[in-house]
Design a binder for this molecule. Structure first.
Ligand SMILES: [Zn+2]
Length: 435
């Protein structure tokens, strides 16, 4: 079997959470299959199970500055095969060298690339300078507890990783116009999350005799006030560092502005807030009103009207600041404001120093044409659990992705080019050699 055959073999095991229609037996089949496909790795590394997650320890010359390479082996469901060009769990390889299927980029692509890199290095007799842990979660997609349980276990053993790398940014060339080299976006933090629940409760009654302001109208007014007063746009330090990194490779006025942020920060911030949804999300805490609730019948006044606002919190802000601002902007004591399912923004890992340099060096080795820059992830990942035991947590998937390929994430036609996946193996190989 060659690397591509092993990858396709593992893609065919539908490791979907039981609550999403899967079966734990497939998870166990996947873990058992790893031992068959990667015998040298399994002989050289210590393996343990933490719940259904898997933790490998590869002993290095020193245990002083351990590295953790993270990935997750569960996948989101594919909701039948409808709409897919190739069946989602067939792992078809087409004539153009593209592998199609659920998990190709999220996240078996990374996980299997790590295994390939380690298997080869073990076979060559390579011993890492420091311990390398492979932390493979089983329930990332269902907001599970696998990664947290591994962090608990490492913390109990007093292990403080000098470097943690998980899925996240990619090598992209279509986010910023006028930039003539691909950007390798290395996540140094991730935004926080809160669902802000707005509720108005009121006596009901018949819709033919409405009160001066019905509960639904009060909720609508609150939502309208929030829409009119978005969170202020600003350049948080990691975003500033990203633009400064892009600057030398950006053409025209934009390039000049990125290279002179001392003068242009205000202007650049305003432009980014207007350029499009992605750049806007980079410069502010965003709010999306995702759910509205009222009465169950057309002729009955709502006794309870609700709105849910999904908020993604910038690294310079906090849950407390979000709650305070929302209450102030709504300015209505009859609207109850609650924050649920909350996560603070992650601490920002430095874009300098030995850990960053190891990641940057591996990027330069695998993607010589790309410019490595820090960035802040919009989505939440298991990596944030590790910020409890490490100050150097980076989110980078080691993959080149077009906009169309990124659109396959959690959607139909998830796929990866073989040429791109081989670069991912090269990235992890260079990374392990550097730590
Ligand atoms: Zn993922």
């Amino acid at each position: 079997m060659d690397p591509v055959d092993r990858f396709r073999d593992l893609l065919r095991i539908p490791t979907v959470h039981p609550e999403a229609g899967g079966d734990w037996a497939e998870h166990e089949r996947f873990v058992a299959r790893l031992a068959e496909l990667y015998p040298a790795l399994h002989a050289a590394l210590e393996r343990e199970r933490v719940d259904r997650s898997v933790l490998f320890r590869w002993r290095g010359a020193s245990a002083e500055r351990p590295t953790v390479l993270m990935a997750h082996y569960d996948v989101v469901p594919a909701a039948g095969a409808e709409g897919w060009t190739h069946p989602p769990f067939a792992a078809d390889l087409d004539a153009a060298g593209v592998i199609w299927g659920r998990g190709t980029i999220d996240d078996k692509g990374e996980l299997v690339a790590i295994l390939e890199a380690v298997e080869t290095l073990v076979g060559e007799g390579f011993v890492p300078a420091n311990d390398v842990y492979l932390s493979f979660g089983h329930d990332e997609e269902s907001h599970g507890t696998g990664a947290r349980a591994i962090v608990d276990e490492l913390e109990r053993r007093g292990i403080r990783p000098a470097l943690v790398v998980d899925e996240g940014g990619a090598v992209v060339d279509d986010v910023f116009p006028g930039v003539d080299r691909p950007i390798a976006a290395i996540g140094v933090s991730e935004k926080g999350i809160a669902n802000v629940l707005l509720t108005v409760e009121q006596d009901g009654g018949h819709a033919s005799t409405p009160p001066a302001m019905a509960a639904t109208v009060r909720i609508a007014r609150a939502v309208e006030r929030l829409e009119r007063h978005p969170f202020p746009a600003r350049l948080d330090p990691p975003v500033r560092a990203m633009l400064a990194g892009i600057g030398p490779h950006a053409r025209g006025v934009q390039g000049w502005a990125f290279r002179h942020l001392g003068l242009t920060a205000g202007l650049v911030t305003r432009l980014m807030a207007r350029m499009g949804p992605e750049t806007r999300a980079m410069v502010r805490t965003t709010m999306a009103v995702t759910q509205l609730g009222g009465s169950a019948a057309a002729n009955v006044l709502a006794e309870r009207a609700t709105a849910t606002v999904n908020v993604r919190i910038a690294t310079s802000s906090s849950l407390a600041a979000v709650g305070a601002r929302v209450r102030r902007v709504i300015d209505d004591p009859l609207v109850r404001v609650e924050l649920v399912h909350t996560t603070e923004p992650s601490p920002v890992s430095p874009a300098a120093g030995p850990a960053w340099d190891a990641v940057r060096g591996a990027v330069e080795a695998a993607f010589p044409d790309a410019v490595p820059v820090p960035y802040v992830m919009f989505a939440a990942s298991d990596a944030r659990q590790f910020t409890r035991i490490s100050d150097h947590v980076y989110r980078f998937c080691g993959m080149r992705m077009t906009r169309a390929e990124r659109a396959g994430l959690h959607a139909i036609d998830e796929r990866v080019r073989v040429s791109s996946w081989l670069e991912t193996i090269a990235f992890y190989t260079a990374l392990v050699r550097a730590v």
